[in-house]
Design a protein around this ligand. Structure first.
Ligand code: ADP
Ligand code: MG
Length: 278
């Protein structure tokens, strides 16, 4: 039986009159990438703070590895990794030195640090001072640092925001490797494309309310009842028709047929009337 590594049990959190999270429940199992998706201000970081015991909910509770989040001990925290843009480094030390310093806390040998640097594609830049790193390199360095203690549970707060597609892809590959090794990954993002590619299960959040949940494929199916396809003709005119009409259509001048499945982004807009990366 799969083991639940992260549990959110009816978590509600308000800041004054502002309800940041409204009765949110889910479980994340080992070897699963769980997506927590929503626009800026929808409660994503607040959820990470509650689940990792840094913030108390008003109602409900978070659990990590069978312990209440608020009762996590220092040694429990050694088995989790958190990547958020708040985590700082020593700007005047090289990338390698920064990681070695952190590794010492966990008794991790420098050979392991080299291995990690290679896995995030930073080995060749290991002498670069932290202050000289690009955004993408910093993100990957944070990820490498979070992986130093081989965490069983990994929290990633918008790990690829502001990254170029190639860097994002290398991070995606690394996350899939970790998942395959059994790590439970909690990923917040406003990149629906990323979520569709990576997540086994996801929730869509809007202003602290859960508006949809499930496997990306199932959610897309659910909102794709009137299946459509887009035809492109040899004069590059395009036309959308129902999939069911395809066999009654003259395709002799058609050069391409594309299915028009809604993206998660389309679905989110439909559900909330709002754009994700607003
Ligand atoms: P996200 O990470 O999805 O952008 P947050 O979890 O940071 O969203 O914020 C959710 C809501 O809670 C926002 O309206 C934000 O202004 C509010 N909020 C978050 N942290 C605090 C805080 N420490 N004090 C007051 N309001 C906060
Ligand atoms: Mg946030």
């Amino acid at each position: 039986m799969k083991k639940a590594m992260i549990v959110s049990d009816n978590i509600t959190k308000s800041f004054g009159n502002n309800v940041a999270l409204n009765g949110i429940s889910f479980k994340v199992y080992e070897g699963e990438i769980f997506g927590f998706l929503g626009p800026s201000g929808s409660g994503k970081t607040t959820m990470i703070n509650i689940l990792t015991g840094q913030l108390s909910p008003n109602e409900g509770q978070g659990m990590l590895l069978d312990k209440y989040s608020l009762h996590l001990s220092a040694s429990d925290l050694e088995t989790i990794g958190i990547v958020s843009d708040k985590s700082g480094f020593y700007e005047k030390l090289s990338l390698e030195k920064n990681l070695q310093l952190y590794g010492k806390l966990y008794g991790v040998p420098n050979s392991k640090i080299d291995e990690l640097l290679k896995s995030v594609g930073l080995y060749d830049s290991k002498q670069t001072l932290a202050e000289k790193l690009s955004t993408g390199m910093k993100q990957r360095m944070l990820l490498a640092r979070a992986l130093i203690n081989a965490p069983k549970v990994l929290f990633l707060d918008e790990p690829t925001s502001g990254l170029d597609p190639t860097t994002s892809q290398s991070i995606h590959k690394l996350l899939l490797d970790l998942k395959n090794k059994g790590t439970a990954i909690f990923l917040t993002t406003h990149d629906m494309n990323e979520a569709t590619l990576l997540c086994d299960e996801l929730v869509l959040l809007n202003k602290g309310h859960l508006v949809e949940r499930g496997e990306p494929r199932d959610i897309i199916q659910k909102y794709n009842q009137n299946k459509k396809v887009k035809l492109t003709y040899s004069d590059f005119e395009q036309e959308e028709i129902l999939f069911a009409q395809l066999n009654q259509t003259d395709l002799s001048h058609v050069i391409a047929i594309h299915s028009c499945e809604p993206t998660l982004e389309d679905i989110f807009i439909k559900l909330t009337g709002e754009k994700l990366n607003a």
